[in-house]
Design a protein around this ligand. Structure first.
Ligand SMILES: [Zn+2]
Length: 373
């Protein structure tokens, strides 16, 4: 995570600022400053946007706490000029859980809006006309900042409720459809609706000269396509278990193998990743990237045990391929050793998973079609 800076941590979740974050503050300062031609309005812009990001953080914490409630680990929240993202380990495909996790974010904004309206009424701040307030030209006072943030908080909630992936509204919409339909079907309908909305946004942006809106439209359009594809892949791969596709016979190294021997095996054996096995027990793993790096730096006769990874997780025979693929992507590896209680059984690779997916895709497409008739 070299591209972001940790601010603080709450319930095990790191809140991080992306290094490009200051750009949004700069943009706000310039935008507001130039419009009113004063340093005071520039300061207004910077403070208002900072406050808005406090609300964005609370929104993401809403998602995060809901996810934690269902036992889904939350890795971090990253704040960037485009907004906030809570990185969940996986999004549950139980429609009820997805609904609660997705709606928890906008719900935080609704609660914040109610609280702020209450405070405004109690201390006598006039919330007034949103169109005037959103211009943000009311001068640098606590009241004008308050009113500005109040309305932007509402916009934040409404924008996120637009039913298009990857916005919360898209997930809420899908989860509601998934109460009645199968998950793949629900996703493809939600993705189509999202893409239609994106196209309308794009057209509106084109005619109104809203470049930012057009960028969002492109982003939403491709997110819809991606989500639909991902869910299809998942539905195909989840029914396949490791024991159905892994290779039990692969080249292995033993603790007394050298880097040179591993290189030879790679070149002549056409295998890129090597389990290190010590009399049937899995002792370590040597991924392709590590071997290449070692071949450049380490002495070729040094033992494999000095460079192998001892912490690589193995997969079991009954793990499903989607989960294995997710873990491979996460750890940026091409393969995992397969082992049960430390006993080495074989290896499973990205390539094998991709091939299995290729083969199964067609059969699952036809079964989907027959279901919808
Ligand atoms: Zn959200």
């Amino acid at each position: 995570m070299g591209s972001s800076i940790r601010l603080f941590s709450i319930r095990g979740i790191d809140i991080r600022l992306h290094i490009t974050f200051p750009l949004i503050l700069l943009w706000a300062g310039l935008q507001f400053g130039l419009r009113a031609g004063s340093l005071e309005s520039a300061a207004f812009g910077v403070i208002a946007i900072s406050l808005l990001f406090v609300l964005v953080t609370l929104h993401e914490l809403g998602h995060s706490f809901a996810a934690q409630y269902y036992g889904v680990p939350v890795k971090r929240i990253i704040l960037s000029p485009l907004g906030g993202v809570a990185q969940l380990n996986q999004i549950p495909d139980d429609p009820k859980q997805e609904f609660i996790i997705a709606i928890a974010g906008p719900a935080v904004n609704v609660v914040a809006a109610l609280l702020m309206a209450g405070i405004a009424a109690a201390v006598g701040v006039e919330l007034g006309n949103p169109l005037l307030a959103l211009g943000g030209l009311g001068g640098l006072t606590v009241a004008s900042l308050f009113v500005y943030v109040f309305y932007y908080n509402i916009i934040l909630a409404l924008f996120n409720l637009i039913p298009a992936f990857p916005l919360d509204g898209g997930r809420i919409f899908r989860s509601l459809l998934a109460l009645r339909l199968n998950y793949v079907k629900a996703t493809s309908i939600a993705a189509i609706v999202g893409r239609v909305i994106a196209i309308m946004m794009g057209i509106y942006g084109l005619f109104s000269g809203g470049i930012f809106l057009m960028m969002i439209a492109v982003f939403i359009f491709s997110a819809g396509t991606q989500e639909a594809r991902m869910v299809k892949v998942r539905s195909v791969l989840r029914d396949v278990k490791v024991h159905q596709v892994y290779s039990p016979s692969v080249y292995v190294l033993n603790p007394s193998s050298t880097v040179q021997q591993a290189m030879n095996m790679m070149i002549y054996g056409r295998q890129r990743n090597f389990p290190v096995v010590d009399s049937d027990r899995l002792a370590g793993f040597l991924p392709y990237g590590d071997l290449m790096q070692a071949s450049r730096s380490a002495a070729s006769h040094s033992f494999i045990t000095s460079i192998m990874r001892r912490d690589v997780q193995s997969v079991g025979l009954d793990d499903d391929l989607f989960e294995v693929q997710r873990r491979l992507n996460e750890s940026q590896l091409e393969a995992f050793p397969v082992a049960v209680n430390g006993q080495f059984l074989g290896m499973i690779t990205q390539h094998q998973i991709a091939q299995t997916h290729q083969l199964l895709r067609k059969t699952s497409d036809t079964s989907l079609q027959s279901q919808s008739v």
